[in-house]
Design a protein around this ligand. Structure first.
Ligand code: C2E
Ligand code: MG
Ligand code: MG
Ligand code: MG
Length: 292
């Protein structure tokens, strides 16, 4: 791996260094600066009940707009942050920022039940992650149930005694544990049953294929069934159409999330979205209340 000389502002490039590696080095340096300067932002995307449209919770997603590189999507900068050792700082920042937002919504009586944040498997290498979460909950006067931590299937697979211990200590705080992008990795149903998780999020690739492909629909039905029998909340990601919402409601999927209801929004826009629908209990889609 390529390293910046001295890690400072002056970067020297060898003749042999290709453009890709150089761009990555520059992007990494910019990311480091953005994290240090607190330039990352969180956006919030609602999660709703497919029948009545009631608000189940909200997922917080990191955003980075660099003056030089423009808007860099998390699919690019999270992996980079893992490589250059910035993911720990980003995880803690996201936790703090989400707790602050939740405290604000509670103070304003906005009725947002839970905020979910994404953590990388790297964040589970810090033994003090549960203590850090406990301190943040305490500082913002929040019960643990106001927070959910989304983890990837990869972490479930490589659940070492240490990560398992961290998961248990997080759960002991009352904080939810959700398996993100469920169905895309190689996690087995047995690991799902043996880990202290509270929620699974079906990957949006299944939802996208669900209407046209019988087999995708069979998988979605099975995942909803497994979730129900293990007492896990099942969330469908990437719901973009009314037909998808109706189908998921028919299949008794408890929670849906996607562009149909709202794109991820900056804090103030999310609060306007909440206000516009007349509070957390109001239906998110026209006619939603009639279906259930
Ligand atoms: P994810 O956690 O699975 O988040 C869902 C992604 O799907 C988000 O992309 C969201 O904007 C997008 N999405 C939501 N509804 C729809 C829809 O209806 N259609 C489509 N096509 N997409 C939809 P985003 O924000 O670009 O994030 C990508 C991934 O980056 C996330 O996937 C998550 O794995 C990661 N990520 C984002 N923020 C953080 C963070 O703070 N920490 C860590 N470790 N990872 C993060
Ligand atoms: Mg997620
Ligand atoms: Mg996901
Ligand atoms: Mg994803």
């Amino acid at each position: 791996r390529v390293k910046a000389a001295g890690g400072g502002d002056a970067l020297f490039f060898s003749h042999g260094m290709n453009r890709l590696a150089r761009d990555r080095l520059l992007l990494g340096a910019a990311l480091r600066r953005a994290v240090a300067a607190g330039d990352l932002r969180l956006e919030y995307q609602p999660q709703v009940r497919p029948g009545c449209g009631g608000l189940y919770g909200v997922e917080a997603l990191a955003r980075w707009c660099d003056p030089e590189f423009g808007e860099v999507p998390p699919d690019r900068f999270i992996g980079l942050a893992e490589e250059i050792g910035e993911i720990e700082a980003i995880g803690r920042w996201a936790l703090r920022e989400a707790c602050r937002a939740m405290a604000r919504w509670r103070a304003a009586g906005l009725g947002v039940p839970v905020v979910a944040i994404n953590l990388s498997p790297f964040n589970f290498r810090s033994r003090d992650l549960p203590d850090c979460i406990a301190a943040l909950l305490d500082e913002h006067d929040l019960p643990g149930r106001c927070l959910t931590v989304e983890i990837t299937e990869g972490l479930m697979m490589e659940a070492t005694p240490q990560t398992l211990d961290i998961m248990r200590r997080i759960r002991a705080l009352g904080v939810g544990l959700s398996v993100d992008d469920f169905g895309t990795g190689f996690s087995s149903l047995s690991s799902l049953a043996s880990l202290p998780v509270t929620e699974v999020k079906m990957d949006r690739s299944f939802i996208a294929r669900c209407e046209r492909e019988k087999r995708a629909q069979t998988l979605v039905t099975a995942m909803i069934g497994v979730g129900r029998s293990l007492d896990l909340t099942v969330v469908a990601e990437g719901v973009e159409s009314e037909d998808q919402r109706r189908l998921l409601h028919e299949l008794e999927c408890p929670v849906v999330q996607g562009y149909l209801f709202s794109r991820p929004l900056p804090l103030d826009a999310f609060e306007r979205w909440l206000a516009a629908r007349g509070g957390a209990a109001a239906p998110a889609v026209a006619g939603g209340a009639a279906v259930g």
